[in-house]
Design a protein around this ligand. Structure first.
Ligand SMILES: Cc1ncc(COP(=O)(O)O)c(C=O)c1O
Length: 383
């Protein structure tokens, strides 16, 4: 791979042929994962759903397992099967809903599922009976997230019923925090108190599943008492802050750079409309560049965005189209077609972070990276 990247190039790819692409630093991902292990002294389930938070799930799965993640967490069974089929041997868990009809596949591929409802458990057992082997499930408990979870007062009876069951083996118990990114709030303490009381009751009755897990990235940073047997970080692995008020230590590094190439640079005369609706009109002779990046790639169709050209921040002007948008290049007179443009990441002394984009887009960095379209080529290297 060309460019100013140092270090080993894992997948030799000429970016010359691409007009826009993502560069993913697997070295940064591995170091971030190792930093989490060092911080928590706990086994790690690397949460790599939504195409590895946009970074490309296969390469990310390999990197995190190499770096010591013994578990991978995804949202859906299709994601889990895809990982198995790409040769991943680590434990894999589907954290969200699994359709009962997929249970035989889950058994076949050694995939753990989440279970949170007795009716669902009966349906899982019925499907598990169709093939040899048991479905391994982790019981998800409602402690305050208000999403998926079994009410605390139903858990002991449920576990008792499924002790030594022929079709379902409940090997884990977990919950999820609603506000772990707000260290000053009492929310996590309240959820933990509910969860710990339940664990105590289950242990007393010899009903507690083997693996206990609760901590997402923000809890990894803010709540050591939430580590238990396994932590479940996602966003931190990619070097991105769980929230502006829960920043990562400086040793963590973002892994992703989004680049594009200038495909045209022209001087448009005064009074010339730029893009659909002519919402931007040149006020003088203006150098207008085009990049092949649009909302079809996960960029936003909003005003006020910027990009980096020759180490300088320039404005995106006019409406963002599906596959292209325009840059005001008066501040970089040397810019020519073929120049590399950075939409997210560093160029020279400047950078645009996922948090910067998220602030412009009035969202969170998670949505920025998860929204990066599949059609963007991902190029991997290791710094
Ligand atoms: C159940 C569960 N655990 C862990 C995570 C990882 O969260 P984060 O990316 O904030 O670390 C998620 C992500 O949403 C999740 O749904």
């Amino acid at each position: 791979m060309k460019g100013n990247l140092s270090g080993t190039i894992l997948q030799s790819m000429e970016t010359n042929s691409y007009s826009t692409w993502l560069e993913v630093d697997l070295g940064a991902i591995k170091r971030n994962l190792q930093a989490i292990k060092t911080m928590t002294h706990t086994e790690v389930m690397a949460v790599i759903k939504a195409n590895g938070y946009g970074h490309g799930v296969s390469a990310v799965a390999e990197a995190v397992t190499e770096a010591g993640a013994s578990w991978l967490g995804v949202a859906r069974m299709e994601e889990a099967i895809n990982l198995r089929q790409s040769g991943i041997t680590a434990e894999i868990m589907v954290l969200g809903y699994t359709s009962p009809v997929m249970i035989p596949e889950a058994i076949k591929h050694r995939i753990h599922v989440a279970i949170y409802d007795p009716q669902m458990a009966r349906a899982y057992a019925a499907y598990a009976n169709k093939i040899p082997g048991k479905i391994r499930a982790h019981l998800k408990v409602e402690t305050g997230m208000g999403r998926l979870g079994m009410p605390v007062n139903e858990v002991a009876d449920f576990l008792e019923k499924y002790t030594n069951n022929d079709s379902i083996s409940i090997t884990g118990i977990f919950t999820h925090f609603a506000r772990a990114d707000e260290p000053q709030s009492s929310s996590v303490d309240n959820q933990l108190a509910i969860f710990n009381r339940l664990l105590q009751e289950l242990r007393g009755a010899d009903l507690c599943p083997e693996l206990v897990h609760t901590a997402n990235s923000a809890a990894v940073l803010n709540f050591p008492e939430a580590y238990f047997d396994l932590v479940r970080p996602g966003i931190a692995i990619f070097g991105l802050n769980p929230a502006p008020e829960s920043p990562l230590p400086e040793t963590f590094q973002p892994a992703l750079t989004w680049k594009a190439r200038l495909t045209s640079v022209r001087v448009l005369p005064p009074g010339h409309g730029v893009s659909y609706g002519s919402v931007y009109v040149t006020s003088k002779d203006e150098r207008i560049g085009v990049i092949p990046v649009g909302y079809g790639d996960g960029f936003r169709r909003i005003t006020g965005q910027q990009a980096l050209v020759r180490g300088k921040l320039v404005d995106v002007v006019g409406r963002v189209c599906m596959d292209q948008c325009m840059l005001q290049l008066d501040g970089v007179p040397g810019a020519v077609p073929g120049d590399e443009v950075v939409l997210l990441g560093k160029q020279g002394d400047q950078k645009i972070t996922a948090d910067d984009l998220a602030a412009k887009w009035k969202t969170i960095n998670y949505e920025v990276v998860c929204g990066l379209a599949d059609r963007l080529p991902r190029v991997y290297y290791s710094s």
